[in-house]
Design a protein around this ligand. Structure first.
Ligand SMILES: Nc1ncnc2c1ncn2[C@@H]1O[C@H](COP(=O)(O)OP(=O)(O)OP(=O)(O)O)[C@@H](O)[C@H]1O
Ligand SMILES: [Mg+2]
Length: 310
């Protein structure tokens, strides 16, 4: 399983929108089996992928099918629990080739985070962050996910720091705001400082210009030049919050996101490539190469095989 952390210190710039649409893009265009972990107490990713009743039910203390319960059990009991007791399956509406499951967000994630931060004093920074990292890696156990996408809250929390220590890719949505690049520069330094102090490797990063409008042309040029990334997601109504959830089964990215389909496909394929999963069209059914992911009419097993091969 490859781990992506979608992170930017700044709030409201499209982190969650990128995380959930990428999950669906990877499932549809890469045939991938994707798990989203909603690390934000606002629970935006959970609300975008699941009906309100399901999100609320998972947040109930008796249910415990959520991220704060999972991580707390992993850290407090100091053992790695079976993730299937915490994960909600098939929450995305696309079921073409891959699938999207979710480790639901919870209101008390901030309390759990404060608890973990407090344990840095007793257990030591290195220990608590590596325990959090191992808990994220454990999420694939019994389920064989190709990709785990962690949706971060704004600000660098203890949970996100733990996830960054085991991330294969730091995906950074960046909106065309006056101080975006400057803020990201200082964020990068903080991430580096923390990860080096805990002995973890700094993951490679990929910037995506989000909520991009035609008038932001010079911003897109800077993203291309400074961050070596041509990736963008346009600002468009089909990606606005209220339209994302659909209870219909079998809806495709195109039906759901309309004009955003092409950009989502580009972002999804670029991410697969950065993760070391080469994308190629299947020559004929059952003949796709090991180490590649089908584009379009692919099968889920090929993505799983590719993920395992790396
Ligand atoms: N490409 C887009 N086109 C149109 N609207 C968008 C786009 N991306 C995000 N939005 C809207 O902008 C708002 C903020 O987006 P989102 O929730 O993804 O940001 P965020 O960075 O996750 O916020 P937070 O920091 O609160 O978690 C939402 O209402 C969302 O629907
Ligand atoms: Mg968000």
């Amino acid at each position: 399983m490859k781990i992506i952390v979608v992170f930017n210190m700044r709030g409201g710039i499209g982190k969650t929108t990128l995380a959930v649409t990428l999950a669906e893009g990877l499932a549809q265009f890469g045939g991938a089996k994707v798990l989203i972990a909603d690390a934000d107490p606002q629970r935006s990713a959970s609300h975008r992928l699941c009906p309100l009743a399901t999100v609320n039910e998972c947040g109930l203390p008796g249910s415990g099918r959520n991220i704060s319960k999972y991580l707390s059990d992993a850290i407090v009991k100091n053992s790695l629990p079976d993730p299937t007791n915490y994960i909600s399956e098939r929450c995305g509406t696309i079921h073409a080739h891959g699938r999207v499951d979710i480790l639901m967000g919870a209101h008390d994630t901030l309390d759990a985070d404060r608890h973990f931060a407090g344990r840095c004093m007793t257990d030591g920074d290195k220990t608590i962050f590596s325990k959090l990292g191992r808990a994220f890696e454990n999420l694939s156990k019994n389920a064989d996910y190709d990709v785990l996408i962690i949706d971060s809250p704004p600000g660098l929390t203890t949970i996100v720091q733990g996830a960054l220590g085991v991330a294969d890719l730091l995906l950074v949505p960046m909106a065309a705001q006056s101080t975006s690049e400057l803020l990201y520069g200082s964020t990068q330094k903080q991430i580096q400082k923390h990860l080096q102090a805990t002995g973890a490797t700094v993951p490679p990063s990929l910037v995506v210009a989000t909520m991009y409008e035609a008038s932001n042309g010079s911003f897109l040029d800077r993203v291309r030049v400074y961050f070596k990334s041509p990736l963008k997601i346009k600002k468009q109504k089909s990606l606005a919050e209220h339209e994302l959830f659909s209870s219909e089964d079998g809806v495709t990215v195109k039906e759901k996101y309309g004009p955003a389909e092409r950009e989502l496909k580009e972002v999804s394929l670029a991410v697969l490539s950065r993760l070391g999963l080469a994308a190629q069209k299947p020559k004929s059914p059952g003949k796709s190469k090991r180490g590649s992911v089908n584009v379009g009419k692919g099968s889920r097993s090929s993505a799983s095989a590719a993920a395992r091969a790396h």
